[in-house]
Design a protein around this ligand. Sequence first.
Ligand SMILES: Cc1cc2nc3c(=O)[nH]c(=O)nc-3n(C[C@H](O)[C@H](O)[C@H](O)COP(=O)(O)OP(=O)(O)OC[C@H]3O[C@@H](n4cnc5c(N)ncnc54)[C@H](O)[C@@H]3O)c2cc1C
Length: 484
Amino acid sequence: MSYDGKFAPRLDPGVIDELRSIVGERAIVSHPSELKVYECDGWTIEKSAPDLLVMPRTTEETSAVLAALWRRKIAFVPRGAGTGLSGGALPVEAPVMICTSRMNRILGIELASRCVEVESGVVNLHVTNAVKGAGFFYAPDPSSQQACTIGGNIAENSGGPHTLKYGVTTNHVLGVTLVLATGEIVELGGVCEEGCGYDLVGAVVGAEGTAGIVTRASLRIMREPQAHRTFLATFADADTATRAVSAIIGAGIVPGAIEMMDQLIIRAVEDAFHIGLPLDAGAVLIIELDGLAAALDEHAAAVMSIARGAGASEVRLARDDAERAALWKARKRAFGAVGRLAPNYATQDGVVPRTRLPDILRVISAVSRKYGLAIGNVFHAGDGNIHPIVLYDEREPAQVRAAIDAGREILAACVAMGGSLTGEHGIGVEKQGEMPLLFSPDDLLVMTELRHVFDPLERSNPNKVIPRPGACVEVSAPHRQVPI
Ligand SMILES: Cc1cc2nc3c(=O)[nH]c(=O)nc-3n(C[C@H](O)[C@H](O)[C@H](O)COP(=O)(O)OP(=O)(O)OC[C@H]3O[C@@H](n4cnc5c(N)ncnc54)[C@H](O)[C@@H]3O)c2cc1C
């Protein structure tokens, strides 16, 4: 195997029996037709099914499974719900996939400590559902929150519309139980707000499964804001809309969320959900203020005035909870609606300084024209976190190639503008090749050394995130459709 004998190239016959004895027959999937379900995540450009899927139910079972794999030098890939958008859960030189979907219990709720203890396969939205009756919520709210797991969120350091004000996953994880590739169980952090020493929880959050498998987490929950004011602001074009974003934040107001949808997305969403978005708009912003009711009206008036001053042709306030819910439905289901526009799409994820949003949107338009592919934009404008959605048809190899190249060109422009390669979807396999745009060889070496603290032989999610020194990323998935 290409990793200098660190990994066994394939599963030896005894391993399935041993794993079956640990987790039971029903927690193993080995038939190729069933494994096909797991051949990709939301980054569908690359596909590669595992040889075996194991679904442990507890930390202890996970530990026993990983210890068995360790003894046999078998690498593995962790998987939550498979909604990742950068190929993080794609098996690459890892024959075994460990899926956390059966570790889905909420273990404890401590309102006094504002903390919820969960297993890592718990679905994001279920955390808020468990505490909202008591007036609390879990802040990181990816648009995939009805499906994605807390373990996946931790691995990707996920964000969402409301992370503009409340911060991303790393700001809400107090502690984790991590099973290392050796099978050793380690506890990092805890329910206390303040720790000391190096922030190892922070190192695991965003490690994209390369540190081991998170089986449990202590999450910070927050008090539900007393009131919301949610607006739909309509603009002639995306340029004007994004300038309004900077104007609002520049005025010292930090909304709970500022999301943007361009014309392509508005039309797709409207066709799918008929919620009354303005079809003639070049772009819309969904702006949400939250906080104490007494202060909100003043801020709401200021936001409306700033948005109008920045060129909004209309600023409409959601009159009640139903209208607010409809706006969020439009935003959170936008990716699904895009499925109506083309057989396939690749969702990019880059970051620019907020004031450069108009510039990057111009780059995206130019890239769209250059490659002859439609690109829609729906994104967390307040964070400068763009999500160009590149439409293509995977039956046309030239289009697949063009979609990849278009994405790369956009990311390179983000970096050139002082931004980053990812705001929340991670590097996975998709952007490994771009890491040197942002990081020097020394930076990448330091990251590798940090990774080795947890997993010295790189058996947990091998060949992800950090490009191997001197090697191109080509190795990757055996069933890659396009040589990347
Ligand atoms: C329609 C749609 C909308 C989305 N919107 C957003 C958004 O608004 N914000 C956002 O941040 N993301 C968004 N995403 C991306 C995705 O949902 C997130 O990255 C999410 O956190 C992935 O969770 P998952 O459970 O599906 O993880 P998976 O896709 O299964 O895995 C993701 C990564 O985490 C690792 N992993 C999974 N579980 C564990 C574990 N227990 N321990 C260690 N490693 C683990 C995997 O190896 C992989 O590297 C969206 C995706 C879709 C399809």
